[in-house]
Design a protein around this ligand. Structure first.
Ligand code: MN
Length: 376
């Protein structure tokens, strides 16, 4: 049957691509998700986004992101339903009866988060707002769905009214990008930062993007040479490790140009990030030794997060080297298992917190702050 425009509004058209991402769910779970999709489609019927697309495309995109993070079936259902209380007046009881209390509670949590608005420009306020947000959410899945929601809203910010750009981008930079970072969702953090920069400083963003593109084209042969040099040194010392050089993202270059004596783009783009993946923790230290003999380490910059992991479980050796031709090399050394642990830290948070009553942030201080805000 040939596809027509009218067919795109058939509900199953939006569900099929989402279902394709849910291969990790069993048949019953997939049915639960489909029921949530059908419910949300009916609730949002007739509503459109600023772009003119049917509203349901938004919850589906949020659920798609949640699926990419491998959240469980109730969380995917909650992602699909996340705007039905706020936008369609569906009650908690109705959702609880249809989809169970956990799903209804998550949707309720997301609705409450939507009502908290970060407006203060004062230093230090962002941190207490982040804590308040985490305390309000109770369930870490709610925070993850909220991050997915923000990602999609940022990706589509261009079609909403321009007067909203600054506030939403500011909130994204100060609140949501740091939360993503804390959960180990570094790709989401980078995307949020980059989108926020694009909407707050479109001209700078454009100039910088072009300049970075040119700088990269110029430095690519030097990087290839450097990789060859490191690989040869590893081979000579029989270190089992692979390497890759990572380019700084645009927000990170922008931040570095602004802070610390306002560096030029040339100074910042002479900094490269070298990732070393070693076969075992012992080989990580061996690789470190080889690199410290190959290039001069910068004093005071070595950190051993393998022996002493960060509080979120992050493990790596960090060091900084003076590379060839005045370049600076930031080096991260870890095993493949440590990367896997890093990637799945969001789901670990999920497992750790979903059944516990409260987060570590629910100190009385923030609860009282919350109730003050609510009553106002
Ligand atoms: Mn939403």
């Amino acid at each position: 049957m040939p596809h027509t425009l009218a067919q795109q509004t058939v509900p199953s058209d939006y569900f099929a691509p989402l279902a394709a991402q849910l291969g990790y769910l069993n048949a019953d779970e997939l049915e639960e998700v489909r029921a949530a999709y059908t419910f949300a489609t009916a609730a949002h019927a007739g509503q459109t986004r600023h772009s003119g697309e049917p509203y349901i495309t938004h919850p589906v995109a949020v659920a798609g992101q949640a699926a990419a993070w491998k959240l469980d079936a109730p969380a995917i259902a909650a992602a699909l339903l996340h705007d039905v209380m706020e936008d369609c007046g569906v009650q908690h009881a109705a959702l609880a009866e249809r989809f169970g209390t956990p799903v209804a509670d998550m949707v309720d949590g997301l609705t409450k988060l939507d009502k908290l608005q970060f407006s203060s420009r004062e230093q230090g306020q962002a941190e207490s707002f982040r804590k308040m947000l985490l305390a309000t959410a109770h369930d870490m899945r709610v925070i993850l769905i909220k991050l997915a929601d923000r990602l999609h809203n940022m990706r589509t910010l261009g079609s909403s009214p321009q007067r909203k750009w600054a506030r939403i981008s500011g909130e994204t930079l100060e609140i949501y990008a740091p939360i993503a970072a804390r959960l180990g969702l570094h790709q989401a953090q980078r995307e949020l930062q980059e989108l926020a920069l694009r909407f707050t400083h479109p001209w700078r963003y454009d100039v910088l993007r072009r300049a970075m593109h040119n700088a990269r084209a110029r430095s690519s042969s030097a990087i290839a040479q450097l990789c060859a040099q490191v690989q040869a040194a590893f081979a000579a010392a029989q270190v089992q490790a692979g390497i890759s050089v990572h380019e700084r993202t645009l927000p990170s270059v922008y931040r570095r140009m602004r802070e610390g004596g306002r560096k030029t783009l040339a100074q910042v783009s002479d900094q490269h990030v070298l990732h070393v993946i070693a076969s075992s923790p012992q080989q990580c230290y061996a690789a470190l030794g080889v690199l410290h003999q190959l290039f001069k380490p910068v004093p005071g910059r070595f950190k051993d997060y393998i022996a002493m992991p960060k509080s979120n479980g992050y493990q790596s050796l960090h060091t900084e080297l003076l590379g060839p031709k005045g370049t600076t090399l930031y080096v991260h050394i870890r095993t493949a298992a440590m990367i896997l642990r890093k990637v799945s830290s969001a789901s670990r948070y999920c497992a750790r917190y979903s059944d516990s009553e409260s987060l570590c942030f629910t100190s009385s201080k923030y609860i009282s702050y919350r109730s003050t805000r609510r009553s106002s």
